[in-house]
Design a protein around this ligand. Structure first.
Ligand code: ADP
Length: 425
């Protein structure tokens, strides 16, 4: 039997013919399926653009907020985020913000549909933040990378406008910076009364530094500047730095270097990831490192325990290099306890003493607090304080004024009360 005849007879065979048909249908379906998934991959690759934002990214919160404000407001699937907001009066109000819940949402943006998928992996915790690991994935039809740039930029602008004119405080949390409390309205710089000219000197130095990046880059000098404010407690070091940040529209990253668990590695990570437009504030730098010799002893005592070393801190301070201005403020009540290496030029470029009230400060504070008091009273007050022969901090004077809020004469007459607690000791 020739080959042709064999094929002919098989084709005539009804059983074989049916099997052949079934086989054909099966193969066809699987090819279709394969074709479909290949097509989908092809389609995704060429006609869809996706953007994935993990919760650790700074833009994650901004993006969720923006999505809620822009489009997903109409969605029925929301989750709630409750915030406590402290007013300047101290009153606490509670605010509920709705954000898109975990799942899928759609919204219309710039003539295109955007799919939002918010996913949460229950089994994975973000180790730094201690919350379930989440991502938001945006998908747009077409090759539209620009849409995502626009969205991220809008989300950032929305967040920035929300905080406009307010000072954001960050504190370190493990190796991350986190916003501390709510952005606050800054305190006017003039409300922190320092000795004549001190405030202007610091402000103009910082401004000059910010305005002249080329001076540094053209000389190959790292673009950073360090300031040390030293003096007794309650004289306005911290208040001044906060008010200065507000005036310059900068945030503040408060770093507590005596915090337990802060290691060289963590500090170096923190320094490298300082948020944009912020001042770094190291408070009470004397507390962490009394002097290098003692630190070495302490280090030896802590062998095996990971902790911040003095040389680690110096390296981090020197390594704070970035394209933008890096401003580091340090405060201490005991400058004599600081290791000279910490405050050498390059690490600390400007040192200012912020001390007890001078006659200039007494006059200014009195007339600010009692704006309608005549000059004679201002003079009487200053003389009366000086005659006490005591060093008084602005914090003490402010506290005294608060007791005699409405009566400047009474504030003068009762000045001896201010001296009493000290005489008792
Ligand atoms: P320091 O950082 O020097 O210890 P703070 O800035 O913490 O002092 O001041 C403590 C309190 O005293 C603040 O509430 C602040 O309002 C007030 N205070 C201190 N110094 C001044 C000042 N020079 N002018 C106005 N208020 C001051």
């Amino acid at each position: 039997m020739g080959f042709q005849e064999l094929i002919g007879s098989l084709a005539d065979n009804p059983y074989f013919g049916a099997g052949f048909g079934l086989f054909g249908v099966g193969a066809g379906a699987s090819m279709l399926r394969k074709g479909y998934s290949l097509g989908l991959i092809f389609f995704r690759r060429h006609y869809m653009t996706t953007l994935e934002v993990p919760c650790r990214d700074q833009s994650y919160k901004w993006l969720l907020h923006w999505i809620t404000v822009r489009g997903a407001r109409n969605t029925q699937h929301l989750s709630v985020e409750t915030k406590h907001q402290q007013m300047e009066s101290g009153k606490v109000s509670t605010k509920h913000d709705f954000i898109p819940s975990v799942g899928e949402h759609f919204f219309w943006y710039n003539r295109t549909w955007i799919r939002v998928q918010r996913t949460r992996e229950q089994s994975t915790l973000d180790l730094h933040m201690g919350i379930p690991f989440e991502t938001v994935k945006l998908t747009a039809l077409g090759k539209k990378r620009d849409v995502f740039y626009d969205i991220l930029e809008e989300a950032r602008e929305l967040a920035v406008s929300h905080n406009e004119g307010k000072t954001i405080m960050y504190t370190s949390h493990g190796a991350e910076w986190r916003e501390f409390g709510h952005p606050r309205k800054p305190r006017p710089l003039q409300s922190v009364v320092l000795d004549n000219g001190v405030s202007d000197r610091i402000v103009s130095d910082v401004r000059e530094f910010i305005d002249n990046p080329e001076w540094y880059t053209s000389r190959g000098i790292p673009y950073r500047r360090g300031y040390l404010l030293h003096g007794p407690p309650g004289c306005g070091k911290t208040s001044f730095i906060t008010a200065l940040a507000g005036t310059l529209k900068l945030g503040i990253c408060v770093l507590n270097i005596s915090e337990r668990g802060l290691t060289d590695d963590r500090l170096s990570h923190l320094m490298a990831s300082v948020p944009e437009d912020t001042i770094i504030l190291l408070e009470d730098v004397d507390a962490a490192f009394v002097s290098r010799e003692e630190t070495q002893e302490v280090n030896q005592a802590y062998v095996g325990l990971n902790r911040l070393t003095f040389s680690g801190l110096l390296n981090c301070l020197d390594g704070v290099v970035s394209a933008e201005a890096r401003i580091v403020f340090m405060t201490t009540n005991y400058p004599e306890r600081l290791d000279p290496a910490l405050i050498r030029p390059g690490r600390v470029d400007v040192k200012e003493y912020i001390g007890h009230c001078t006659p200039y400060q007494l006059r200014t504070m009195f007339s600010r607090f009692y704006p309608s008091a005549p000059d004679l009273l201002v003079h009487k007050f200053t003389e009366a304080v000086l005659s006490l022969g005591m060093c008084l901090s602005p914090a003490m004077i402010q506290g005294h004024f608060l007791i005699y809020k409405l009566d400047p004469q009474e504030a003068i007459d009762s000045l001896p009360q201010l001296a009493k607690p000290y005489q008792a000791h």
